[in-house]
Design a protein. Structure first.
Lengths: 64, 468
């Protein structure tokens, strides 16, 4: 089924080099519609000054 | 070497190790007992994807010669084990149960596998799993079945590890856990599964699902056996950038404390939320177990973790985003090689934005802080491992991406990296196992193990076996 959301999903997957079937795009659209509220709730959390703890280290490994 | 009364495949690692050390049990005899058992039982359970009879018997012969020659290596010497099929094993096919890696034969061992090899264990084979530790039913091999009732699922993704240990098809197994994949199958199969602190056990040589969430740990019949296996696989590994240099205590040696005076936190606000879906039978078993621990001298206290309700969303975004990054090239060039469930879940991972991923990681940090605050008042936190017992195998895989939004009591501890164990705490009326989860402070596996061990020795659910 072609809807604005399925069209966007199709374009995003295409940009990533992926070739989903229309059925997969429909499933993803259906899931994301329901998931939108959860994403909004996640972004609404006040994370204050929390930083992302990366694993990057400037130290050179012994075998680098 | 002499006879024992229990069937050899029902001995614990501790029991068998003692008999091997005292030369009353032959590692060859023990390995043969397990290979015979696999031959008779596993056709129905499908817990193994690769069995290594010749190599296992050769390793057992070497172990026996060493023991008889006075070169005893320790409590795992001559003990038959098996690994989830994502731990690299030198010269042995390692597929993550995916057609993408159908012919992959590593030329090195995963660090955890190597440490077990050096401890003198006997590798019986490789175990079934959900494809790439996230997949559904359609994958390279069949799915393992629950030994308590073969019409039921084992839980995932360390499905074969759960089934094999429960059915007496190996004495201990390695599993991996990024959202609950050690603890879930352990709960549903009625065994013990320990997810150690992030960084405690090396991830080197383990096919990743999500680098920042992946943990490796032991799955065994008893808590004592989990402590023995952890002792061998824990410790710093320079090959794993997330590996911790935290000293490793003597886990089996310190397994002598009871729960008197310990405070156990229970996040009832989360566990009993109507959306959490904990079935009454499961909650009743966990409540009984908690009351028993209170009777043994522990104090129970309510703990409140505000961000817990968002943990599943954050975990899903992190796991699928990182998973997609790892699988992207193969998804582009050979999408048909992935099972339907893995492929669509990875496609979903490609659709989360960088902003979603970073917010999920920031929420993760906030969650860690909230647990740190709660742990100022309590020594451990406990609750059900899974909200319900095993489901029918025929119902598995029906909803490939819908499952990603379901409540989870296990995934918050992959995000926070806290050590968590699942220990059996009862059975449903239908005879399916129920698991209780006990969580500890970072690198405090010993408290987690002690609480679980004290409970297990008191409740003695380990005396009940699924297949005689």
């Amino acid at each position: 089924m072609d809807t604005p959301l399925t069209a966007v999903i199709g374009r995003l997957l295409d940009r990533a080099g992926l070739k989903p079937t229309q059925h997969e795009i429909d499933d993803l659209a259906s899931f994301l519609e329901g998931y939108q509220e959860r994403l909004q709730q996640l972004h609404a959390i006040d994370v204050e000054n929390e930083e992302v703890a990366g694993v990057f280290s400037p130290r050179w490994d012994a075998d680098a | 070497m002499g006879e024992t009364q229990k069937a050899l495949y029902h001995l614990s690692i501790k029991e068998a190790g003692g008999l091997i050390e005292s030369r009353q049990l032959s590692p060859v005899e023990l390995t043969r007992a397990f290979l015979d058992r696999i031959g008779t039982v596993d056709e129905e359970l499908s817990s193994y994807v690769t069995v290594l009879p010749d190599a296992a018997l050769e390793q057992a012969r070497v172990a026996e010669a060493e023991v008889m020659g006075g070169r005893y290596r320790g409590p795992l010497h001559g003990i038959p084990v098996a690994f989830k099929d994502l731990f690299d094993t030198k010269g042995v096919r390692t597929t993550a149960q995916s057609r993408v890696m159908e012919h992959r034969v590593p030329d090195t061992d995963a660090t955890a596998a190597l440490r077990l090899r050096e401890a003198g264990t006997v590798l019986l084979g490789k175990l079934a799993m959900g494809e790439f530790a996230i997949g559904g039913m359609k994958s390279l091999f069949g799915q393992a079945r629950n030994p308590w009732n073969v019409d039921y699922a084992t839980g995932g993704s360390s499905s074969g590890s759960g089934a094999a240990v429960a059915a007496g098809l190996c004495m201990g197994a390695l599993g991996s856990d990024s959202g609950g994949s050690i603890r879930g199958p352990s709960a549903l199969c009625g065994i013990v599964g320990l997810k150690p602190t992030y960084g405690r056990v090396s991830r080197y040589g383990v096919i990743p699902l999500s680098w920042s969430l992946d943990h490796c740990g032991p799955m065994t019949w008893t808590v004592e056996d989990a402590a023995i296996m952890l002792q061998t696989i824990a410790g710093h590994d320079p090959k794993d950038p997330s590996s911790s240099e935290e000293p490793v205590p003597d886990y089996p040696g310190l397994l002598d404390r009871d729960v008197k005076g310990l405070t156990i936190g229970v996040p009832r606000h989360y566990l009993l939320d109507s959306n959490a879906g904990v079935e009454p039978e499961t909650w009743a078993s966990v409540e009984t177990a908690l009351a028993q621990m209170e009777g043994l001298g522990a104090h129970l206290e309510e703990v409140h973790i505000p961000s817990l309700e968002h943990a599943v969303t954050a975990n899903t975004i992190i796991m699928l985003s990182e998973g997609f990054a790892y699988h992207r090239a193969n998804l582009i060039t050979q999408p048909e090689a992935f099972g339907d469930a893995v492929r669509i879940r990875m496609y979903l991972g490609s659709l989360f934005s960088v902003s979603d991923y970073l917010q999920a990681q920031r929420v993760r940090s906030k969650l860690k802080r909230e647990f740190a605050s709660a742990f100022r008042r309590v020594d451990t936190i406990a609750g059900p491992t899974k909200g319900k017992p095993a489901g029918l195998l025929s119902a598995e895989g029906a909803d490939s991406i819908g499952v990603m939004g379901r409540p989870s009591f296990t995934s918050p501890f992959d995000q926070t990296g806290l050590p968590a164990i699942s220990v059996p705490c009862g059975f449903t009326q239908a005879g399916l196992p129920i698991g209780m989860q006990i969580i500890g402070k970072p690198f405090d596996e010993i408290t987690v193990l002690n609480v679980a061990h004290t409970y297990q020795q008191h409740a003695r659910w380990y005396e009940r076996r699924p297949i005689p």
